[in-house]
Design a protein around this ligand. Structure first.
Ligand code: BTN
Length: 323
C-alpha cells in the first residue's frame, strides 16, 4: 500500500523534512496522491508537519495498532499466519470461535482495540477500554481434551516472557493463569474450545493485557487488585512492540508444547508465585483454605487443606494470604 510506503519513508527520516516531490518519486505516485495519503494518515492521528518548500515531517504517532506494523518481518511459523485487526468487537474470543468453526487456519489472530462485551473467567466481564491489548488465537492441536489447560499455561508463559523482555519488569504467574506485576494482575487468559468425545476441533486462546489504560477506567474494587504495564514501568508502553514479541513467544511456546508439554509445565512452575503459600480458593461454590502444594500433569492445583486432606482444583480464584 502506498500509504504504508509513505509512512515508512517518514519514519525513517524523522530528523528532517522530506519533500512531496521526493516522496512521490520514491513511492512511484503523483504529488497529489502523496498529499491525499498524508491527509489520510493525519486522519488516523499521525501528526505530520508540512512546511512550504521543505516538505513533510512525522512529528508524533498515535497509540494505534496497524496491521502492517504488527505483521511485517515477523519470523514466526504458526501464530499469526493470518492477523485480523478490528477497531471494536464484542469479544475477540467470540469472533475467533465463530471464525474457527468456519474453518479459519490454525494460528489466526483476532485483535481488537477495544471490546464492548469482553469475557473473563468464571462468567465474569473483562472491562476493555482503548489503550490495552485484546487478542484471541485460533489453535487446532491434536491433543486429548484434558490437556487443554496446558495451552492456557503456554499462553501464560509466553505473555510473561514478552512482558519481561519488552517492559523489563519482573513477572509472576498466579494459578491458574493470572499474570502479576508488583503482586497485581496485569493480564488474564481465557481459553474456550469446541470438542467432540475426546477430540479437540479448535481452541481459542484469549489474552487481555492492561497496558496503557488509565487506572480510573476500572471500578475501584478491581482497581485495587490490578495494575497496568505503563504504571509498573513508569512510562507508556509501545503496544505494537509488545504484541509482536508476544506473537513470537507464543509461537515458540505453542510449538514447544506440541513437542514436549513438560517443558511448558517446568517454565510455568518457575514463574509461579502460588506454591508453598497459604491460599483460599473461591468462585466454585465453596471456599477452601490450605497450602498450595503444586500442580498435577494436567495443570490442576493441589491444595493441602488444614485437616491434611489433599484436594485437586480444576477451576477457581486463588487469593494468596499474607504470611
Ligand atoms: C480472566 O478473567 O482473567 C480472563 C480474561 C480474558 C480477557 C481476554 S481479552 C481478549 C479475549 N476476549 C475476551 O472476551 N476475553 C479474552
Amino acid at each position: 500500500m502506498y500509504k504504508d510506503k509513505i509512512l515508512y519513508r517518514l519514519r525513517s527520516f524523522r530528523k528532517g523534512f522530506l519533500s512531496g516531490e521526493e516522496l512521490a518519486r520514491r513511492t512511484g505516485i503523483s504529488r497529489t496522491m502523496v498529499w491525499k495519503h498524508i491527509s489520510s494518515l493525519r486522519g488516523q492521528g499521525f501528526t505530520i508537519e508540512a512546511v512550504p518548500s521543505q516538505g513533510y515531517r512525522l512529528a508524533a504517532e498515535p497509540d494505534l495498532l496497524r496491521k502492517q506494523d504488527i505483521a511485517s518481518g515477523l519470523k514466526i511459523k504458526v501464530i499469526g499466519r493470518d492477523i485480523q485487526l478490528f477497531t471494536t468487537l464484542v469479544s475477540t474470543n467470540t469472533a475467533a470461535m465463530e471464525l474457527a468453526s468456519k474453518g479459519a487456519v490454525e494460528g489466526t489472530v483476532i485483535i481488537s482495540e477495544m471490546q464492548t462485551g469482553g469475557k473473563g473467567r468464571l462468567g465474569r466481564k473483562w472491562i476493555s477500554p482503548k489503550g490495552n491489548l485484546y487478542l484471541s488465537i485460533i489453535l487446532r492441536p491434536a491433543i486429548p481434551t484434558h490437556k487443554a489447560p496446558l495451552i492456557t499455561m503456554s499462553g501464560a508463559v509466553a505473555v510473561a516472557s514478552a512482558i519481561r523482555s519488552v517492559c523489563g519488569v519482573a513477572v509472576g504467574i498466579k494459578w491458574p493463569n493470572d499474570i502479576l506485576v508488583s503482586g497485581k494482575k496485569v493480564c488474564g487468559l481465557l481459553t474456550e474450545m469446541s470438542a467432540e468425545q475426546d477430540r479437540i476441533r479448535h481452541i481459542v486462546l484469549g489474552i487481555g493485557i492492561d497496558v496503557n489504560m488509565r487506572p480510573d477506567e476500572l471500578p475501584p474494587d478491581i482497581r485495587a487488585l490490578t495494575t497496568t504495564l505503563s504504571e509498573a514501568k513508569g512510562s507508556t508502553v509501545n503496544r505494537t512492540v509488545l504484541l509482536r514479541q508476544l506473537l513470537r513467544d507464543m509461537d515458540h511456546w505453542y510449538r514447544q508444547f506440541l513437542v514436549q508439554d513438560a517443558d511448558v509445565l517446568a517454565e510455568w512452575k518457575k514463574l509461579n508465585v502460588t506454591f508453598g503459600r497459604r491460599i483460599t480458593v473461591s468462585g466454585t461454590g465453596e471456599l477452601l483454605e490450605g497450602i498450595a502444594q503444586g500442580i498435577d500433569e494436567d495443570g490442576r492445583l493441589i491444595v493441602k487443606q488444614n485437616n491434611g486432606v489433599l484436594r485437586l482444583i480444576a477451576a477457581g480464584d486463588v487469593t494468596i494470604l499474607k504470611r
